[in-house]
Design a protein around this ligand. Structure first.
Ligand code: SME
Length: 160
């Protein structure tokens, strides 16, 4: 049994520090990338409040393909440059979207999503996946979230 869990009253920055430590501990020594992505999605869901989707899209054959996640069933394939995920992957940059309805080409997998954070996972200079977080609240994600998930992406880039 794993007993990772956030504590009541933690600030957003503190939650990210603990999430990162939990992510490193949970994936350490495990070579199976799918198992690690599944546990990472579960950890993100557990530590970060107010999400309706959290998970991975993997770069496969030049497009993004759905990976382990928590949330409603989602679109399976996303072309590079399409939507928030495809933009993050094509540009290798974090996409912090306070209002998904204002993002040109946003792909709605869950109509409840109002804001989104997508962070590329980069290994050996190439984008190998993106971490996608959706929230039903507008403007849910801030710079602490962006920096926190970027640190997570760096830490797990060789483990997925
Ligand atoms: N909204 C994303 C698609 C993936 S779902 O949110 C899970 C996008 O625009 O790329």
């Amino acid at each position: 049994m794993f007993t990772f869990a956030p504590t009541d009253g933690q600030s957003r920055a503190e939650l990210h520090i603990d999430l990162l430590e939990a992510a490193k501990a949970l994936t350490e020594g495990e070579p199976d990338g799918i198992a690690n992505m599944a546990n990472l999605a579960a950890l993100i869901w557990q530590y970060l409040p107010d999400l309706n989707w959290a998970g991975f899209y993997r770069m496969v054959g030049g497009e993004l393909v759905l990976g382990p996640f928590i949330g409603k069933p989602a679109c399976i394939r996303i072309a590079l440059g399409s939507g928030v995920c495809g933009t993050a992957a094509a540009t290798a940059t974090t996409q912090l979207v306070p209002d998904v309805h204002a993002f040109p080409g946003h792909i709605a997998c869950d109509a409840a999503s109002r804001s989104e954070l997508v962070v590329p996972v980069i290994r050996d200079g190439a984008v190998i996946a993106v971490i996608d977080l959706d929230s039903p609240s507008p403007d849910r994600f801030d710079e602490d979230d962006a920096r926190g998930i970027e640190a997570l992406a760096t830490a797990i880039a060789t483990r997925i």
